[in-house]
Each structure stands twice: as structure tokens, then as C-alpha cells.
Write a protein that binds this ligand. Structure first.
Ligand code: DAT
Length: 187
């Protein structure tokens, strides 16, 4: 496998550990870090507010070209490497590799309960994780550059090692091998 060495998108359901991993990549590997939520907030890339759920809706039609442009600008430095963190990252273009972090919904539930999320928002996210929504969306858009990692038994350092192995072309985790559908049946 050819090493992948330029731009990595980290996506997945909220709470799976994207920011923890992306911060580690920035700190340990000295990559440029683009945090989608912060990026959208700084540039006011919102199309409105979801009245029912009470959060601002990021305008993907504006966000994605801005992300692509920023990646191109950073890439003018040929040695620069970029990590893009966010559950909307996979809707944008410019990735050499897309990593979807997957987490058993029963573990994810404990993490989301610690956030100030409503019960309906927690359930919505757990169902999305059980169904593998991010992986399916990412694969539809990016094809075989998408890999998914089950992070349930991995420390952040372990996940970073696995990502490094994928980047170096030593390991491959194609979409479709992780199955959390039983969680739906059991709940
Ligand atoms: P996300 O950015 O996907 O929303 P996060 O990085 O903020 O997720 O992590 C959510 C919580 O889970 C946070 O309290 C840190 C914890 N966490 C992240 N990665 C972990 C890991 N590999 N093992 C245990 N806990 C982890």
C-alpha cells in the first residue's frame, strides 16, 4: 500500500474521540489542525439555527469550499501535513485519507450523558453510531480512502499508532467490518 502523507480527515459521531485524537496528532506529529466547529464559528459559516434542537446549523455549501481553500493554502508548504477534525469533515473534499472513529453505542452513551445533551439528542447520536451513518456517508463521498477504527478498547495513544500504521500503508481498515447493529436490537 502507498503511504498517505498529506491531509487526513477525522470524522465520527460526537463523543467518539475525534478531538482527542486530532489534538494528539497536532501535538505529537506537529501537523496543522483544522477544527471544523471552531473554523465555522470564527468565520460565521452558519445558515441558521435549528429551533427544535437549539444549535446553529453550519452551512456546508460555504464551509466545504472554505476548507478546501484553507487546505490548498497550507499545502503551499510542501512539507505541511493537515488534520481536519469534525463530524462534518467527511462532507468536504481535499482528504488523502478519511478516518471514521467508531465506538460501541453502549460506551458512547456513557460519554454523551456527561455532556449537556437532551435525551433525544443522545438517542439520535447512538442510533447514528449503531447504523454507522458517518462511515456510510464518508464512503459514499470518498470511496476507498475511508478507514474505520473501533476505538472501544484503545487508548488515545493506541489510536494514534493505528492511524500512523494506516498513514504508512502498513494496515488497512475498510468500511464494513464493524457492526454495532445489535445495540439497536438490544435497546
Ligand atoms: P469528539 O471530538 O468525537 O466529540 P472527544 O475527543 O471530545 O470526542 O472525546 C469525548 C470524551 O471521550 C472526552 O471526555 C475524552 C474521552 N475520550 C476520548 N478518547 C478516548 C479514548 N480513546 N479512551 C477513553 N476516553 C476517551
Amino acid at each position: 500500500m502507498k503511504p498517505i502523507n498529506k491531509t487526513v480527515f477525522i470524522t465520527g459521531t460526537p463523543g467518539v474521540g475525534k478531538s482527542t485524537l486530532a489534538n494528539l496528532i497536532e501535538k505529537k506529529l506537529s501537523w496543522h489542525l483544522i477544527k471544523i466547529n471552531q473554523f465555522a464559528k470564527e468565520r460565521k459559516l452558519f445558515s441558521g439555527t435549528d429551533k427544535e434542537k437549539g444549535y446553529k446549523i453550519i452551512d456546508l455549501g460555504v464551509l466545504c469550499p472554505e476548507i478546501t481553500k484553507t487546505i490548498s493554502e497550507i499545502s503551499l508548504d510542501e512539507s505541511a501535513k493537515i488534520v481536519v477534525d469534525g463530524h462534518l469533515s467527511h462532507f468536504c473534499h481535499g482528504a488523502d485519507l478519511v478516518i471514521v472513529l467508531r465506538l460501541n453505542p453502549s460506551i458512547l452513551k456513557k460519554r454523551l450523558k456527561k455532556r449537556n445533551y437532551s435525551d433525544s439528542k443522545i438517542l439520535e447520536n447512538l442510533e447514528a453510531e449503531a447504523l454507522g451513518v458517518c462511515s456510510l456517508e464518508a464512503q459514499e463521498i470518498h470511496g476507498n480512502i475511508v478507514h474505520e477504527i473501533d476505538v472501544g478498547k484503545l487508548s488515545p495513544a493506541d489510536i494514534l499508532n493505528t492511524v500512523n500504521e494506516i498513514i504508512n500503508g502498513e494496515k488497512s481498515f475498510p468500511v464494513g467490518e464493524i457492526d454495532f447493529l445489535n445495540w439497536i436490537v438490544d435497546n
